[in-house]
Design a protein around this ligand. Structure first.
Ligand code: GLY
Length: 406
């Protein structure tokens, strides 16, 4: 069990940690959420290990890295908005601390976002989003099409207007993953580059995990942080299996040649025919175009249709984009949860915690997840801001279902 799909590794190539008994914390899954949990736990003096065949891999190798608390606001997600905003606020300090700890920069860029309406229907949709944002006191400004083009001259001439959100920034998830691997190593986290196969349960407690080479890692507390695969670890009692599912996202990477720069100066996004398209320009010249959203189980195939739709929609938004070299196509799996919010903290099985279900917001929620998980692992108490995200919010429904079906 690991956070990675088949999308590569941000690992540093170090040798496996020796299997050793008696960790305070074992984190199953070494994606960005598992790694930040391990790093923060180690900083609190907890003896911590991570089990993952390629730490730093997983969905972060595909994600664009938008920190989009305001532009990805949805009806009914007010509680999640609070957590998203708390994490966004921590990003500058988090990026600086992680650079200090790892010696690596994570590409945090305070560039803001422009959410564009391409036609009259989009404008209605965007006006509704704007009203919702204003209702929550969020900083978002309505611009005419001409004002949008003044900010981003590569936009299509016919754009109808948009929202300028100066607080939605970006980070580079691949660099974030690499920095977290390094920070974990430097903080003394033991990285076991193997799959966890089975949760160990002794009496009524989780007590670590068995890896795919048969070695056993004992731990006082085990954190299941394996992204969309968090529900697939053998040995987890049915009533605490996390209700996460994979939601496929196909993402393209283009390159803006130096001669074109600046192509876009901030993240630009739109809803085109009901689908999201976003363009995330990095200082390195990389331009990330995402993303499809497909409920297709464990499939991570990049399809002609997916690439076509992304390029078609991105072209409507920024026509000049078709001139750019297409350098990478990839698909990853978001860990979706029933209410689109993460599951953080203790389960009903003593000794077993979850840090999963971050769905569209894994990169954004990395700082606040690390803080919340370290707090609960060190003190037994989730901080106030994380309490609504307890996995126990689903446990009673799952128990009721079991009672009804026996
Ligand atoms: N937050 C962007 C995505 O999930 O595609």
């Amino acid at each position: 069990m690991h956070a990675s799909d088949n999308t590569g590794s941000g690992g540093s190539g170090r040798r496996d940690a020796p299997a050793s008994a008696g960790y305070d914390v074992l984190v199953v899954g070494g994606g960005i959420i598992g790694l930040v949990t391990a790093w923060r736990a180690a900083q609190r003096g907890l003896r911590t290990a991570v089990a993952d065949p390629s730490p730093g891999g997983g969905a972060a190798q595909v994600a664009a890295g938008m920190l989009a608390a305001v532009t990805e606001l949805h009806y009914g997600e007010e509680t999640l908005l609070g957590l998203n905003l708390a994490s966004a606020e921590r990003y500058p300090d988090f990026a600086a601390e992680l650079r200090e700890a790892s010696g690596l920069d994570i590409g945090y860029r305070a560039c803001g976002t422009l959410a564009i309406a391409l036609d009259a229907d989009d404008r209605v949709h965007m006006r509704e989003l704007h009203a919702l944002q204003l209702r929550y006191g969020l900083d978002s400004q309505w611009l005419t099409g001409r004002e949008c083009r003044r900010l981003e001259p590569m936009l299509a001439p016919g754009v109808r207007g948009g929202l300028r959100v100066d607080g939605d920034h970006q980070a580079d998830p691949r660099r974030l993953a690499a920095a977290l691997v390094r920070a974990c190593e430097r903080a003394g986290v033991e990285l076991h580059r193997r799959c966890a196969r089975r949760l160990t349960v002794l009496g009524d407690r989780a007590a670590g995990a068995v890896l795919d080479d048969g070695s056993e890692l004992a731990a006082e507390q085990t954190v299941l942080a394996a992204g969309s695969r968090s529900g697939r670890l053998d040995g987890v009692p049915e009533h605490v299996v996390p209700p996460v599912r994979p939601v496929k996202g196909q993402v393209l990477r283009l390159r803006v040649p130096d001669t074109y720069a600046p192509f876009l100066s901030r993240t630009v996004r739109a809803v085109v025919r009901g689908g999201q398209v976003y363009l995330v320009p990095r200082e390195s010249g990389e331009l990330v175009v995402g993303a499809t959203s497909e409920e297709l189980g464990w499939d991570t195939t990049v399809t002609a249709g997916g690439v076509y739709e992304l390029l078609r929609d991105a072209h409507e938004l920024v026509p000049g984009l078709t001139e750019l070299p297409l350098v990478e196509t990839r698909a990853g799996l978001r860990p979706g949860s029933p209410d689109n919010a993460p599951l953080l903290g203790p389960t009903e099985l003593p000794g077993l915690h979850l840090a999963t279900g971050h769905y569209r917001n894994g990169v954004l929620l990395t700082p606040v997840t690390g803080d919340a998980m370290a707090e609960v692992l060190a003190t037994g108490e989730l901080p106030e801001e994380a309490r609504p995200f307890t996995p126990r919010r689903f446990a009673s429904a799952s128990r009721r279902l079991q009672e009804l079906t026996v």
